[in-house]
Write a protein that binds this ligand. Sequence first.
Ligand code: GLP
Length: 243
Amino acid sequence: MKIEVFDDQKILHRRAALVIAAELTTKSAPVLGLATGGTPVATYQELIRLHREEGLSFAHVRSFNLDEYVGISYEHPESYHAFMKRQLFDSVDIPDDAWQVPDPNNSEMLARPSLYDELIEAAGGIDLQLLGLGNNGHVAFNEPADSFSEWTTRVALTESTILANSRFFDSPDEVPREALSMGIASIMRARKILLLACGESKAKAVKAMVQGEISAQCPASVLRLHRDVTILLDRDAAMLLEA
Ligand code: GLP
């Protein structure tokens, strides 16, 4: 794991955007794995700036998002489909049919979520997977558990995730209880992984991911077994790490 700690979040997001941009400029058909949540928003803003001001093109990109809530439609503003349109895809030149999120409204995918992994595979596999980190150490919606889920699957969200994500909804009651989420194997197959974590609320999860035992109780800890992972942290998220 390469770990970089930043005093200034703006520089952290610029660095993240440049890692993503490097995939776009060096590959003829890059496949991205993208993430939702509050953390990557500033990275997406920087990518939009690079597109508008420096000619970074997404015309040749394929993108697969990590996860999607079950039980709300794509039109719901907090669906991850709507999030990605609003935060990135409506503002860059990616073709409409070149990006997708797991689709709980597709009955075939809901019945057999690993269909999503087959689509990723058919596209050539993910070159760069962007990840956030849950307060409880989750990645995508792989919640702490007794064993790692492998491929894309239907998952129940934990109370702590429902509470953390309730800030995007009017009340915790409105947060969907389930999601379709890429599994740990789906994520570990990516050729390169970039994880971003900011703020004190992530400090415990960062410590467990980097210096705790590798365990399904902290799903992100498994990333230590991947050979090309970069972690970008701000000072607060890094505060519990021992040198
Ligand atoms: C959500 C998403 C994750 C995301 C995490 C952290 O539950 N499913 O993919 O990484 O929460 O979100 P945030 O960046 O808002 O802290």
